[in-house]
Design a protein around this ligand. Structure first.
Ligand code: 6R9
Length: 650
């Protein structure tokens, strides 16, 4: 990291201490850090007692064969029982588990008692389709209650699920079905998106014609949109026929804590997608504890909403397993934030009196673009904690979120974690931490993270390098499905004995952590390392810029040259003067070395399901190359738009 850019973020001096009333009643207080650091395994053993075990674990961590960890290995539990049945047994059967909002305006509330019945019926149906303990089930569904029910039904019978994002293509689906060797697929005719039914079943039909995916025996189809579907007799069955006919009685069996719970594929920048494997007891312990601590969740009174899709790890950990294990009441929403109008999210928050809201920086920046007068029309006074996940949040977006959504009163928790980590690893605690716009700040209690240089030496406060995790944690991935060697090579080889997350980071003078994006995205300009995140944040701090994506393109003079793609805020028009002004703006914020060579206004940016910008594709454009794999884009037409704007971009 160049010294100029480093010192820029370190200049962020705004601090927001926790609201006193929230701090006074917070679920966790400052003492927990020291207690957890003194004896990490003991701390996690204590958190494991949040769960109901069929056999209480006597062992905590087995790290005798690193990097292959076992947590609570002699314990036994049923994950679905922990998320549903035990709350009903505790007398909470009438509490709403899910307030579902369909995009067209249909709604459905499911209490914990109803959710239990639905999960039991689905579990019986899967057993009827021949699914046994250990068999993999692929789930390709929109954001409807059946997605949650299906995941829990799989967990209940010990069949690891592999959820594939509904926006992915038949190709992406086929690769994932093949790699996991799934024999059953759960899907829907389609889902509602932007006011129209968007088909899913045809992608399944197509995927199953591919050689590797041909072993699928059954396809269980939810009727959501009523679209026509092709029907393969003997293979396809309707959910409303097969599941509805089942008994709502199902005895949950206990599985070992290390029994696989799910596989979730990360797109990765190159090569085959990696099937990240998570197991049961440690994972559930961490997501349950972090959900309780980071969101200060009070299940009796809070209404929680995480806007993620179920196909992203955030949906697994902070819609399904964390919140439900904590008996939370939550909202799930099927559609896009601008259907039928750009205030749809805020309308839902006002309607359900949502008190804890968790979303991604990309969504916040989109709302910034639409204008602050939109949320201002809704009563958002029920909110008390706001969360962010998925990317570094630019200080500008953080401040906008705090002011326009959080009424200048709600703490913001910027949560850093990965598919691989299973649960939140670095985050402020809302009742403890004085927050700083743009920083994830502090490793969670029981988590050990630091920043190292190329030689694996810990950097001092005020310096940058690579983020590493230095101790095993309960929710960590156990391996890459079917490829232990790739697990070792990808995460544990770069820095001896430490988990390398692939992210750049720095410590400020207080020792707080600032995430700087994927190290693959760091640019090397005339010998200076410059982080894409910092140049993007500088661009977004200009009043006319809503979003920015920055890449380094090969350049004969400087090695790499900075190319910036920007989305202008509503009202701003693209002129040569504005482009010059933006270049100067970055220059004065970060120093001349960080001034983009080119600034290109565009109308959309290529993004993944979790809203991450696919810089790799923009690099392809900037360097005039043929585009690489686009199967994990949420919308593959955006690349056509960008390319059509840029004849000979480099
Ligand atoms: C949960 C999730 C993981 C990558 C991670 C990092 C980026 C996530 C972040 C963040 C800065 C945050 N990331 N949260 N960067 N600040 N609060 O996003 O999982 O989809 O696997 O992505 O996302 O680069 O390495 P996943």
């Amino acid at each position: 990291m160049s010294d100029e850019t480093l010192s820029n973020l370190l200049r962020e001096e705004r601090r927001f201490p926790p609201p006193p009333a929230l701090a006074a009643a917070a679920n966790v207080t400052a003492e927990v850090y020291e207690r957890a650091a003194a004896d990490r395994p003991a701390f996690w053993a204590e958190q494991a007692r949040r769960l109901s075990w069929a056999t209480e674990p006597q062992q905590t961590l087995d790290w005798s064969n690193p990097p292959f960890a076992k947590w609570f290995a002699d314990g036994e539990l049923n994950v679905a029982y922990n998320c549903v049945d035990r709350h009903v047994e505790a007398g909470l059967g009438d509490r709403v588990a899910l307030h579902f909002e369909g995009e067209p305006g249909d709604t459905r509330d499911l209490t914990y008692a109803q959710l239990k019945d639905e999960v039991c019926k689905a579990a019986n149906a899967l057993t009827g389709l021949g699914v046994e303990k250990g068999d993999r089930v692929a789930i390709y569904l929109p954001m409807i209650p059946e997605a949650v029910i299906s995941m829990l039904a799989c967990a209940r019978i010990g069949a690891p699920h592999s959820v594939v994002f509904g926006g992915f293509s038949a190709d992406a689906l086929a690769t994932r079905i093949d790699d996991a060797d799934a024999r059953v697929v759960i899907t829907a005719d389609g889902g509602w998106r932007r006011g129209k039914p968007s088909a899913l079943k045809p992608a399944v039909d197509e995927a199953l014609t591919r050689p590797g995916a041909g072993r699928v025996r059954s396809v269980l189809v939810v009727r959501r949109t009523g679209q026509d579907v092709d029907w393969h007799e003997g293979r396809d069955v309707w959910w409303h026929e097969v599941v509805e006919a089942q008994s709502a009685e199902h005895e949950p069996q206990a599985f070992g804590a290390e029994h696989p719970l799910f596989i979730l594929y990360t797109s990765g920048t190159t090569g085959r997608p990696k099937g990240i494997l998570h197991t049961s007891g440690g994972y559930l312990t961490q997501v349950s504890y972090t959900h309780h601590a980071v969101f200060d969740l009070k299940p009796e009174t809070d209404v929680y909403w995480c806007s993620a899709d179920i196909g992203w790890v955030t949906g697994h950990s902070y819609i399904v397993y964390g919140p439900l294990s904590n008996a939370a009441t939550q909202v799930i929403y099927e559609g896009t934030p601008d259907t039928p109008h750009q205030g749809r999210w805020w309308e839902i928050i006002a309607k359900h009196r949502v008190s804890v809201f968790y979303t991604a920086p990309t969504a916040i920046r989109t709302c910034m673009k639409w204008g602050e007068e939109i949320p201002a029309r809704f009563d958002l006074s029920s909110l008390r904690v706001l969360g962010s996940v998925g990317e570094p949040i630019n200080p500008e977006a953080w401040m906008w979120y705090r002011k326009n959504i959080g009424g200048d009163r709600c703490p913001i928790v910027d949560t850093w974690w990965q598919t691989e980590t299973g649960g939140i690893m670095i985050s402020p605690l809302p009742g403890v931490t004085a927050t700083k716009p743009g920083s994830a700040q502090t490793p969670m209690p029981g988590i050990a993270a630091t920043v190292v240089d190329d030689e694996s030496r810990e950097v001092p406060d005020g310096a940058g390098g690579y983020l590493v995790l230095t101790e095993p944690w309960p929710g960590m991935l156990r391996t890459i499905w079917g490829d232990d060697q790739r697990y070792v090579d990808t995460y544990w080889s770069r820095f001896e004995g430490r988990y390398f997350a692939g992210d750049g980071a720095k410590k400020d003078d207080d020792g707080d952590l600032w995430l700087l994006g994927r190290v693959d995205d760091v640019m090397l300009v005339s010998g200076h390392n410059i982080s894409t995140t910092e140049v993007e944040s500088a661009l977004v701090s200009h009043p006319k810029v809503a979003e920015a994506a920055v890449v380094g393109a090969a350049d004969p003079t400087t090695g790499q040259a900075i190319v910036a793609f920007v989305i202008l805020r509503g009202g701003a028009t693209e002129t040569e003067d504005l482009v010059a002004e933006l270049r100067d703006h970055v220059g004065s914020a970060l120093g001349a070395i960080a001034k983009p060579k080119r600034v290109l206004p565009v109308s959309e940016l290529p993004k993944t399901r979790s809203g991450k910008i696919m810089r790799r594709l923009l690099r392809d454009v900037a360097e005039n190359r043929e585009l690489g794999d686009v199967t994990t884009l949420t919308d593959s037409t955006v690349m056509d738009l960008i390319q059509s704007k840029l004849p000979g971009a480099a």
